[in-house]
Design a protein around this ligand. Structure first.
Ligand SMILES: Cc1cc2nc3c(=O)[nH]c(=O)nc-3n(C[C@H](O)[C@H](O)[C@H](O)COP(=O)(O)OP(=O)(O)OC[C@H]3O[C@@H](n4cnc5c(N)ncnc54)[C@H](O)[C@@H]3O)c2cc1C
Length: 398
């Protein structure tokens, strides 16, 4: 399987809390989910609450060891494409419906926290900053669009942003209702719940994705898995030929600092900017700063030490310049990872065209967790033959 991450992510430090067997015989299941990252986990969670069918999750490595381990854990309604920009490309009705999907996904994620407080999700505000002069107007337009969407937010002038948050930007939106999460802890919490509910899990079992037939697929070791329905939740590791023209794989960098005592900035809001590619920062629950950015159009991870040192220094300096001239960052973890995006900015979720029992939820786009949550519900509805108001917008053959 392709390398998705290189370097030391903060989550690597923790000991795993469970282990599942590999597939050693032929298997039979009703619903087969390939991939135990955020997408596969949430799908198993949502499905197991709605159907008695036998569900099996298989991962080629360990649960939560794909891109979900690189996830920096910002959970936001707003995606990399502004609502006001979507209104121009896909029309106001679809754009508003799509953002409603994300609002609902955030609410669903908050509800999971209410059931499983140990899943580590916390409510946060986001501060979205115009860091270029000509983005001020764009941000003002976005403010109106988000207000019209019923979101709770404030528009901050340059002076207000400086006074309240000690940051230098042209203007900013302070948005309520977002969240942050330790993605690995979240997946582990739901995996334990799913397994207790009867979902069968297997790890260390790569599936030969090209071997799929009407109702069977083979592991790389040659074991046959017979299914009624299959859900591909394989992330960016494999590019499905029928989707290849719609997507782009890039590379991005992230750092996690040493623990800092006290709160490094007001209300520990999650910070990101309008510049493209953008920088983003948040605090973690153990008092570290997590930051990312420097996206590049390259589809392999960087392994060369000299280049990595330069990138680490560049990311650290950009973050310090953005906000923390008074707060030098001591980097403890630094990594780079592949990152999948979709050319029209919308996620790809749904049934394979012309196939009745093959579904895809691949976690593309920066708001991946939000899409994994919404996608799990879309797949559940499609699979159970129910209407879903968002399925049409994100369908694979749009
Ligand atoms: C650096 C970085 C930062 C990010 N930050 C954020 C953020 O702040 N907020 C946010 O919402 N999103 C973020 N994302 C995006 C988020 O990480 C992804 O949307 C999410 O991880 C996708 O989850 P997934 O389950 O679809 O894929 P993955 O986590 O990659 O899971 C796929 C699983 O499928 C398994 N698999 C693949 N092929 C096979 C096979 N043939 N057989 C068996 N198993 C297979 C893999 O082993 C893997 O475990 C970030 C991504 C990166 C790279």
């Amino acid at each position: 399987m392709k390398d998705l991450i290189y370097g030391d992510t903060h989550w690597d430090e923790r000991n795993r809390r469970f282990h599942f067997e590999k597939v050693k015989n032929d298997l039979e299941t009703d619903v087969l989910i390939i991939g135990g990252g955020m997408s596969g986990t949430l799908t198993a969670y949502v499905l197991s609450k709605s159907t008695e069918r036998k569900i099996t999750v298989i991962d080629g490595k360990d649960i939560a060891s794909g891109s979900s381990r690189a996830n920096t854990g910002l959970l936001q309604v707003s995606s990399d494409t502004m609502l006001s920009a979507f209104m121009e490309t896909i029309g106001e009705e679809n754009a508003r419906r799509f953002y409603r999907m994300c609002q609902e996904a955030l609410m669903d994620l908050h509800s999971i926290r209410e059931i499983f407080p140990e899943c580590s999700l916390r409510e946060r505000q986001s501060l979205y900053m115009a860091t270029e002069k000509d983005h001020e107007e764009k941000l003002r337009k976005e403010y109106e669009a988000l207000k019209g969407q019923g979101m709770r937010l404030r528009y901050l002038s340059r002076e207000e942003a400086r006074k309240e948050y000690d940051i230098d930007c042209y203007s900013a939106l302070l948005i309520d209702g977002d969240a942050d999460v330790d993605p690995v802890k979240f997946i582990e919490t739901l995996t334990r719940e799913n397994a207790e509910k009867g979902v069968q899990y297997y790890e260390d079992t790569e599936v030969d994705l090209s071997s799929v037939k009407e109702q069977e697929i083979f592991t790389k070791d040659g074991h046959k898995i017979h299914f009624q329905e299959v859900i591909f939740a394989t992330g960016y590791a494999y590019v499905y030929p029928f989707l290849k023209d719609k997507i782009a794989i890039g590379r991005t960098y992230a750092l996690v600092t040493e623990k800092i005592s006290g709160s490094p900035w007001k209300d520990e809001v999650m910070i990101w900017e309008t510049r493209d590619p953008y920088l983003y920062l948040r605090t973690s629950q153990e008092g570290r700063i997590v930051a990312g950015g420097l996206d590049e159009e390259v589809s392999h991870v960087e392994k060369e030490e000299k280049k990595l040192k330069e990138k680490e220094a560049e990311l650290k300096a950009s973050c310090e310049k953005l906000l923390f001239h008074k707060l030098p960052l001591e980097v403890e973890h630094f990594y780079n990872a592949l990152f999948g995006s979709v050319k029209d900015g919308l996620p790809l979720i749904g049934k394979e065209p012309g196939r009745e029992n093959r579904y895809y939820l691949l976690g593309y786009e920066g708001n991946g967790t939000c899409y994994s949550m919404a996608g799990a519900k879309i797949i559940k509805d499609l699979l159970l033959g129910r209407e879903n108001p968002y399925a049409e917008i994100v369908r694979l053959d749009r």
